[in-house]
Design a protein around this ligand. Sequence first.
Ligand SMILES: [Zn+2]
Length: 1147
Amino acid sequence: MSVNQQAHAGPPYGQPQPGYQGYQQPAYGGQPLPAVPQSQYGAYNGPMPGYQQPVPPQGSLRAPPTSGAPPPASGASLPSSHLAYSQFGHGDVQNGIPASAAPMPRPPASQPFLPGSAPTPVSQTSTFQQYGPLPASVQQLSNHMAGMTVGSTAASAPPPAGLGYGPSTSVPPVSGSFSATGSGLYTPYTASQGPPPTSVSQGLPLAQPPFPGQPISTQHPPTQVPGFASPPSSTGIGPSSYPPTTGAPRPPAMPGPPLPGQTLAGPPTSQPNHVSSPPPPAALSGPHPGPPLSGLHGPPPSAHPPQPGYQMQQNGSFGQVRGPQPNYGGAYPGTPNYGSQPGPPPPAKRLDPDSIPSPQLNELPPQQKPRHRIDPDAIPSPIQVIEDDRSNRGSEPFVTGVRGQVPPLVTTNFLVKDQGNASPRYIRCTSYNIPCTSDMAKQSQVPLAAVIKPLATLPPEEALPYLVDHGESGPVRCNRCKAYMCPFMQFIEGGRRFQCCFCSCVTEVPPHYFQHLDHTGKRVDFYDRPELSLGSYEFLATVDYCKNNKFPSPPAFIFMIDVSYNAVKSGLVRLICEELKSLLDYLPREGNMEESAIRVGFVTYNKVLHFYNVKSSLAQPQMMVVSDVADMFVPLLDGFLVNVNESRTVIASLLDQIPEMFADTRETETLFAPVIQAGLEALKAAECAGKLFIFHTSLPIAEAPGKLKNRDDRKLVNTDKEKALFQPQTSFYNNLAKDCVAQGCCVDLFLFPNQYVDVATLGVVPYQTGGSIYKYAYFQLETDQERFLNDLRRDVQKEVGFDAVMRVRTSTGIRATDFFGAFYMSNTTDVEMAGLDCDKTITVEFKHDDKLSEDSGALLQCALLYTSCAGQRRLRIHNLSLNCCTQLADLYRNCETDTLINYLAKYAYRAVLNSPVKTVRDALVSQCAQILACYRKNCASPSSAGQLILPECMKLLPVYLNCVLKSDVLQPGPEVTTDDRAYIRQLVTSMDVAETNVFFYPRLLPLTKADVDSDALPAAIRNSEERLSKGDIYLLENGLNIFVWVGVNVQQGLIQNLFGVSSFSQISNALSTLPVLDNPFSKKVRSVVDMLRVQRSRYMKLIIVKQEDKLEMLFKHFLVEDKSLSGGASYVDFLCHMHKEIRQLLS
Ligand SMILES: [Zn+2]
């Protein structure tokens, strides 16, 4: 690609990404124009002058107004030719993200996305700004026994829009709203105020101050505490009306963690703040024998800062039967906007005749207050949070123009418009508002981390990063810190220099890159250059960025097939060879290239290696055997790596012959390290990077380097020596991995073990080279081939970069200190990966090294240097700007719990290499208790110590953390093998946030509730056995498996329609696929399965589970809100435990 190729032709950019090369460069080859008047901007050292200017609202928005978009700034100078780009919404940003000092509307995050509502007029933005961060709502839980109440209050933070609560930072979150009033046993919530009634759209005057006492609150009906009214035995409140609970007996509930001195009262639960539908009522019906838990009081959710005098609205009278769990039938009324997205309160509720002001609750005779049980519906529900976010944020694109915006949850479908910050598909952070000082950060214990997926796949509606070619001069960078040109750099002195946003150093603009500034200080080519206006883009790298100063050759793929007895006998060898014949036509290719540039090679092995010459000129492939494996070499150079099209017939012949050649093998021993060495040597000889696809079946016990012994020892579980199970048994593989990374040799390992193979050791090279491991235990052709072939196809075809190095730069004050993922590091800053594919993430932790400022915020720049599948050397740049705060409340209001869990899981999974598992679990609990205690102490308003108050953005932290604690790595059940644990440990380490979310808290869908006429998935339900009905069929997925659970009382007609058999007893649980039947239910279920599989990076195995069948134990393992067989606590019990930990910290 050449530089300066095109004349300034117009607005290249608005069009759909024109293949990589399509970005047209404006003619920037011109000379610097000396006559540029000094800019109106002050000294260049000034803090982002452009930002300080008042931003006149632009009269007409060219871009369709998006509600989250910042107000248009002065875009006046845009030439009309730039209009095409305006679809990105002319950011209002000039040269970057506006600093907070500029009038910025609340990040869209807090604005209500009201589908269908009129766009917020620009003029209102100033009103919004002052509210700052999202209101956090709080959930209060109290321990009844201790005399506390459970209540959930909503936001302690000031409501965002419109209500005139004043600057957010100054308002103490509220928990006080619930003043535990009181007396005695039962303290009702005094107020439950829903999220601030936000609503501009409802016609509330924007600035209307809330009047205390005014019942605004209908939105969150106070939750009543369920267990309360019912007598301990449970007949109480409406069990009968409780929706589907299975009759299955539950194991007695586990007593909460032992709390010295105190019986745990039930955890208090409160209704999830956001329940818009009928308040959860009352007691649980399922037999949930109450442990020593006392009843919970339901707390009213409230959302606001303490508003004394608010009356709680109570929906449904006390003791009334509970309505269906919200979300259950999918009947989700309206689009409630809660929490961070306050929406208009449904006015209707106020008129509910059943509503009773909470104070009346006090009048109930004490004996009616049940005290034994916590209503699971009253504790924060993941399903509710997910549904709320979907309805509040799924309908509007997420526009990245504003600093520090918290993106929608990973479970919400949304489109992203890049206006200067990287899409959350590339980077997600644990918090979008970072404490200004390290003391604050330490106090909160909230880890500051970013989960980065540099090559993430985007939905077709979103443009791929543009490729920018600066020709031989390469990308423009800061002279000192070497940060790449990005939207945050400030051009000064009429455009002749720029000041680095990371280190403040001033650098001359190279002559070819010079451009004038407009009156706002923005370069006039701002919208023509991705690196000035977008959060993510690519640069074509020059030879300076290449190994040995030579442009790389296209990479190679080498297929290495175990042909020992087990592999041949299971049919695996034949299957792989058959598949490769067609799969080789689908190797990754770049842009519009007709064929892939990737060359291929083939090796088979057992205890010796066989190389194949498949040169196109040969009539038949030639095999060369290497039996001296001690010092691996490649016996042939020419003809080993070939172009698929040129050698098509020879390759086909080889793939036909391999299964025959080894059909009668009796060799059971295999080797492993020499296989990798062979691939590595072949790539070295060819002077290219590449990927090895190794198909392997057994523990490599053949005499050879890297030979392993069976050292599996389940007795080590739960001892101080358990960590040895996760460590490799020899350092040989670590050294090999280092050599592989140096060459750009990435290893993907497909394992087919029938017994222990020592995944912890075999996985070292795949893991450290950025590769993947797939594991198919007890592989059987009939049941497993579909999954294996789908995984293989995807793995071969997916986008991958080779010889990759990633560095994360940060603005002054913080720096990247720790990294988690599948990679190798030879120094403290560069993450090296022989290969990095579109599914891999790297989690980066940051620490303070100085103070940060609220004005300038904090910036991250992730730069990934890699070789594309066509051999092009590129840099992919992702930029993200975050806010900084001096108030802890702002931190807690802008956290992302899913990302936090991703970080914590990775942290814990790495820690088990060095510490006993129990120590790791305790540390996790302790850290989370500190996080929540800090919130309680500093951000929540004073209230009874017995109340559990959770920040709105972290109200799911306890339930999700419990899932991590109970996971197979940290608390394995007896059925979990050592290899499974090592496998999961490595897998999770590279997962993105969406994957960890569903992995730790699986998705459970009632299939029998699915609407067969719609494409939508049925609404998910919570992962607890008591949510299952014997008469229904459910699907559970966790990203690796799909279970279809069939209740014993399912109607015969449904069974016939889904399984094609006439009764429950005839359903075979050996099925690995659902029969293809021509009826709406069968089609619907199969389409749901297909839809879920498409969303995941691995093909999920389908497992049919019949209720009361032995496989059900496996299924129940994934009902993560229940107590687990391995001793993991139920959600309710764990919440009690966390509450106790927090109280200890506070006392
Ligand atoms: Zn710099």
